[in-house]
Design a protein around this ligand. Structure first.
Ligand code: ADP
Ligand code: ZN
Ligand code: ZN
Length: 810
């Protein structure tokens, strides 16, 4: 086949490929990384398809391959195409997800003089002559340098003119590779040991004490020694080493070493546990599916089990079974820093066979892990959402722990993919099994399980290995009653008593607050009333700068009322508290307790999560105060009390998923208490004690929550009964931003009309929930329908718009 369809790393390429001729003798395969001429540049690209004929008449030749082996597997190539289509993202953005760390490089353009003999320079214009002189002075100049001297546009124009007249030529050189394997220098003897010993004696006679010392040291080493170590131990310098090398007594070796991100942690081996009956049942079903040869559809398992029900043990045994069958796995966790305990458990079950990928690794470390994975050296790859793109060969199983977590959706850059959906697609392409695990499954996932699209496996009870530790008792405190009783502290009487008792008894307490900064909704301090939009049934968001309430779906605006519409209280403008304030108040109220705060302000540094966690684990603090970070993955047996300062912050997000979010958060928080023999208790403070999400969380009752929630979703035609697309326009000028959003809405509406599409509605425009970000204003439109992205795929979305398919937060 003579032609290749190449996905090119250029912003103009968008969702299409370009045809290139494969030059004679260049072996090119699907997934191969190549250099291709594009316009006047040489760009990186990846071959997505080979064909016998080009898609266009005139094609250029592929300039070269970048690496001898394809960088993407055929399944990954298909996955990249799927991602680009599904999330309407540029193809190269999708491909880039799977490229080796540090892969992306530019080719630098150079201009070389090629003036024919006897050419009359005076026939040139002044500008051209000036440029040509600059090139001629050194025979070769980088285009960058010319651009600096002449200005970018001008330099490019003049160079093009000179190229056309044959006075200069372009050539390309690659930017240096960013990540390389780390190489260490080793020293060893270059002669037999007895010969070396003789030399030692000779050297000593000559008074070359340092050389003698080094040679003697090396004689006594069974293996080559790292240069650094030899230097340290013998206090020798470079001259000494060089002298021995010159005499051919010592040899230098350069050895690739692996930078190992797990090496800092001591790992103890662990062995498979004897499963409980519920675990056994689930485990056997998964094993069966793993053993089946060919599957048309990948089997998606939803493993629904309360915290501590033994889900992780099932993942471990399923992975072991896959390995036994000659396959490998990928495990996704919501966030590495918060799941160190979980990672330790994988590392200790598969010693030396686990790779961890995450953003805090240096480029070199990531590069090493990537190579190790591609070489088939690990059984299990663990990482956050991006780990789904690891080049794991023989992929047989994918595990997504805490599948409901929003961190699985990439929201800040293209492609705005959801790792769960990508993983299901990847499992399909590889014939792999996939396990989605959660104590509080995403409503949409559970809906699929109910419809039997997914295979539901349940673990209804905690394993309770230590002593009896059933799910903790949850008390819901009505804050309105507190105020009526004259308690104005942020701690209810019940919570106060419980904290004092726990701390007094040498136990530990966690206090949880959903948000760091100021709350975004206002609430009546006396009756808890929150003003909502009458049209959209979402809470109005308070804008501090304008002192106004705004609906972030339909842009309805109103001033903050003087009196509470429900109870006529004057104390309507209550903004809630942040973690700092909470810490202060806790210090005042419980002066004898040692406090520790854990939020994104206190955890900016690299190992700060681990430090805070260790401190608390070692009982160097009595009370841990934190945001949602503290709700995840921790297993702290000494914690007997968890207090939720206000459940209302999540409940009042202007988003149809607010109820789900609240239920998930409260359930996670509650799961932190009572993991030890002392048992535990949870106290939830709220102004809405009757809300179904809070009620269901207090009763540890997922079904209760799900039934109510799915009913509301159906009623309002929200996902899973529809799909959404969010379109956000940003600009420094707010009014212009709003006008563009309105123009876009008209354009979309006309398009829907003229195509006669039924069932797509446009919501908005309205200011986005985060209206102003880094000096730019943001306006949002929402499309809702059975397949709004298929509709949107045919419409060229203008510059400045960000499209998010299946957004997780509105
Ligand atoms: P989950 O992932 O559902 O929160 P884990 O797998 O972490 O649950 O299990 C909770 C605790 O129970 C862990 O300490 C784990 O080691 C232990 N455990 C799990 N399964 C068993 C078992 N079959 N026998 C004994 N202990 C178990
Ligand atoms: Zn009120
Ligand atoms: Zn509204």
């Amino acid at each position: 086949m003579g032609y290749a369809e190449v996905c090119v790393n250029s912003p103009v390429a968008q969702r299409r490929t370009f045809s290139y001729t494969i030059p004679q003798g260049l072996s090119t395969d699907v997934g191969q990384a190549v250099w291709v001429p594009f316009g006047e540049k040489l760009l990186q690209g990846v071959v997505l398809e080979l064909s016998d004929y080009p898609a266009v008449e005139e094609t250029k030749e592929i300039a070269d391959i970048i690496e001898p082996h394809p960088v993407l597997s055929p399944a990954q190539v298909s996955l990249a195409c799927w991602i680009s289509q599904r999330y309407l993202s540029p193809l190269f953005d999708a491909v880039a997800l799977m490229l080796p760390p540090g892969f992306e490089r530019k080719a630098l353009t150079f201009i070389n003089a090629s003036i024919p003999d006897g050419f009359d320079l005076s026939s040139l214009g002044q500008e051209q002559r000036h440029a040509l002189e600059l090139v001629q002075q050194q025979n070769k100049v980088s285009l960058k340098k010319l651009e600096k001297t002449l200005g970018q546009k001008k330099a490019q124009r003049i160079v093009s003119q000179l190229v056309r007249r044959g006075l200069v030529t372009r050539s390309y050189e690659m930017e240096p590779i960013k990540a390389r394997p780390k190489v260490e220098t080793y020293l060893s003897l270059a002669v037999e040991a007895n010969e070396a010993q003789q030399e030692v004696a000779n050297l000593l006679k000559k008074g070359a004490r340092k050389q003698a010392a080094l040679l003697d040291f090396l004689t006594n080493q069974p293996e080559p020694v790292p240069l650094v170590e030899a230097r340290q131990k013998t206090k020798c310098d470079k001259a000494t080493i060089d002298a021995l090398i010159r005499k051919s007594l010592v040899a230098v070796q350069r050895v690739e070493v692996r930078r190992n991100p797990l090496s800092a942690q001591a790992i103890n081996l662990s062995y498979p546990l004897t499963l409980t009956i519920a675990q056994e049942l689930a485990s056997r079903t998964i094993s069966q599916s793993l053993g089946e040869k060919s599957k048309e559809q990948p089997e998606v398992f939803l493993l629904h089990g309360v915290t501590g029900s033994g889900k992780t043990e099932i993942y471990l045994q399923a992975l072991a079974e896959a390995v036994r069958l000659g396959k490998r796995g990928i495990v996704l966790v919501p966030e590495i820093a918060l799941t160190l305990q979980t990672i330790e458990r994988f590392a200790s079950r598969f010693p030396g066979r686990v790779a961890v990928l995450h953003s805090q690794l240096s480029l070199g470390e990531r590069f090493d892990e990537w190579q190790r994975i591609r070489n088939g050296e690990v059984d299990v790859v663990i990482g956050p959402r991006s780990a789904i793109f690891a080049p794991q060969p023989d992929l047989g199983i994918i595990v997504i722990d805490e599948e409901h977590e929003w961190t699985y959706k990439q929201t800040d850059k293209s492609p705005r993919y959801h790792a769960r959906d990508v993983a299901i697609k990847l499992a399909e392409l590889n014939g792999a099994v996939i396990i989605l695990g959660s104590a509080t499954p995403d409503v949409e996932t559970f809906y699929h399980a109910q419809r039997r699209d997914y295979h539901l496996l349940q673990l209804p009870e905690r394993v309770t290995p230590r002593e009896r530790s059933p799910l903790p008792r949850v008390e819901v405190v009505d804050l309105r009653e507190e105020l009526k009783a004259g308690n104005r502290s942020i701690f209810s009487r019940s919570l106060s008593r419980a904290i004092a008792k726990a701390v007094g008894g040498g136990e530990q307490v966690m206090l949880f607050l959903n948000r760091r900064g100021a709350a975004t909704f206002i609430q009546c301090r006396d009756c808890g009333f929150v003003l909502g939009c009458r049209r959209c049934e979402v809470p109005l968001t308070y804008h501090l700068d304008e002192d106004i309430l705004v609906c972030h779906q339909c842009n309805y605006r109103m001033p903050v009322p003087q009196l509470c519409p429900q109870c006529q209280s004057k104390r309507i403008k209550f903004l809630g508290v942040g973690t700092q304030k909470l810490e202060q108040e806790a210090r005042n109220a419980f002066s004898e307790a040692r406090l520790l705060r854990w939020d994104s302000d206190t955890t900016r540094r690299k190992h700060s999560h681990q430090e805070i966690l260790n401190k608390f684990r070692n009982h160097q603090a009595d009370i841990l105060i934190g945001t949602q970070m503290i709700t995840k993955g921790l297993d702290l047996p000494q914690v007997t009390l968890v207090g939720v300062i206000s459940a209302d912050t999540a409940l009042n997000l202007p988003d149809f998923r607010a109820g789900e979010r609240t239920f998930q958060l409260l359930s996670q928080v509650a799961g932190r208490a009572g993991r030890g023999p002392l048992g535990g208790q949870v106290i939830i403070q709220t102004y809405s004690p009757e809300h179904y999400a809070i009620q269901a969380a207090a009763k540890h009752d997922y079904a209760l929550f799900y039934d109510k929630e799915i009913g509301y979703r159906r009623q309002l035609q929200n996902p899973p009964f529809s799909r959404l697309v969010s379109l956000i326009y940003t600009h420094t000028n707010d009014a212009l931003c709003q006008r563009e959003a309105e123009r876009m809405k008209r354009l979309l509406a006309e398009e829907i009309d003229s195509q006669g599409i039924a069932g797509i509605s446009i919501i908005g425009p309205a200011p986005a929930f985060i209206h102003r970000l880094r000096g730019r204003f943001r306006w949002q439109l929402i499309l809702r329908g059975s397949d709004p992205s298929a509709f949107l795929a045919q419409i060229p979305v203008p510059q400045g718009w960000t499209v998010d398919i299946d957004p997780v937060g509105l």
